[in-house]
Design a protein around this ligand. Structure first.
Ligand SMILES: N[C@H](CCC[C@H](N)C(=O)O)C(=O)O
Length: 276
């Protein structure tokens, strides 16, 4: 089958986006892994599949697959690229879109300045909601990382995140601890491992070693989880600039019962075709 795809990126977190509205697509995990291979395939962190809405009041459905072939619940940078894609492809004439994802409904909006703002939904914290193995709910949890004792916060944005506050994100801690935390036995569905360096109450640096993809240049849900964790720890104000290796995101959260809001860029790189 000849597959048309659009290569996109949000702060260097890169995707291929497929139109599952005008064509019916069923891709196996093996095909997704092959497409995601940066040497033998196209290469991406995640594959985004745009599908027709399945119910009233929703414009589209959007599915997300990591480069390891696994389907996941949510992707923040991907949500921004999704909006850019459906508008560029003429699949909608709206600029504010209601989208069904595996984690629930999100509402991305293309702003007049070309950036995209996404209502990322409410964060969840209870261990069972992550999922994370713990005896009780807490702001932080001690975690043994192959002999290193660290304190993490756990946050679900629909997908699981373990967030640490570190002195220096570029000290080697991401390379050393990221893969170990991703596969830590206390995370039954694995986890995205975030490392946050607090610069001041309105600015952080963040690196994320992602579940099923390894370290990415930026992680939207990871930025949301990190800001929420920092606010709950009393370290951050409600609106924060998150600086990643791929660039800056603006994240806002006003406490329990409110959604996390994310604003950032979305860029189409090229469109191509490939035989699958
Ligand atoms: N890069 C995505 C996160 C993908 C999440 C995926 N790595 C997982 O949850 O397994 C983002 O911008 O939010």
């Amino acid at each position: 089958m000849n597959l048309t795809f659009t290569k996109m990126q949000g702060l260097g977190n890169d995707f291929i986006v497929l139109d599952g509205v005008r064509q019916s697509l069923q891709l196996s995990a093996e095909t997704i892994r092959k497409l995601g291979d940066r040497h033998f395939g196209i290469g991406f962190d995640q594959l985004l599949l745009v599908e027709p809405a399945e119910r009233e009041g929703v414009d589209f459905r959007y599915r997300i697959f990591n480069s390891d072939g696994g389907e996941v619940e949510h992707c923040g940078n991907g949500a921004r690229c999704f909006v850019r894609f459906v508008i560029d492809q003429g699949l909608t004439d709206k600029t504010e879109i209601v989208v069904d994802t595996a984690k629930g409904v999100i509402r991305p909006k293309l702003e007049a300045n070309g950036l995209v703002t996404v209502d990322m939904g409410e964060p969840r914290f209870l261990p069972d909601e992550i999922p994370f193995v713990a005896d009780a709910d807490s702001i932080t949890y001690p975690l043994d990382v192959k002999g290193e004792q660290v304190d993490i916060s756990v946050v679900s944005m629909g997908n699981p995140h373990a967030v640490q506050v570190v002195e220096n994100v570029d000290s080697g801690v991401v390379e050393r601890q990221g893969p170990v935390i991703e596969h830590h036995p206390r995370f039954p569905q694995r986890v995205n491992a975030g490392f946050m360096q607090v610069l001041n109450r309105g600015a952080v640096k963040l690196r994320v070693y992602e579940r099923g993809a390894g370290e990415t240049l930026a992680c939207g849900t990871g930025a949301c989880a990190a800001v929420v964790a920092g606010i709950r720890r009393g370290l951050l104000d409600p609106t924060v600039r998150v600086t990643t290796h791929g660039g800056d995101l603006t994240i806002s959260w006003h406490g329990p019962g409110t959604p996390v809001m994310m604003t950032g860029p979305a860029v189409s790189v090229f469109t191509g075709q490939i035989e699958v």
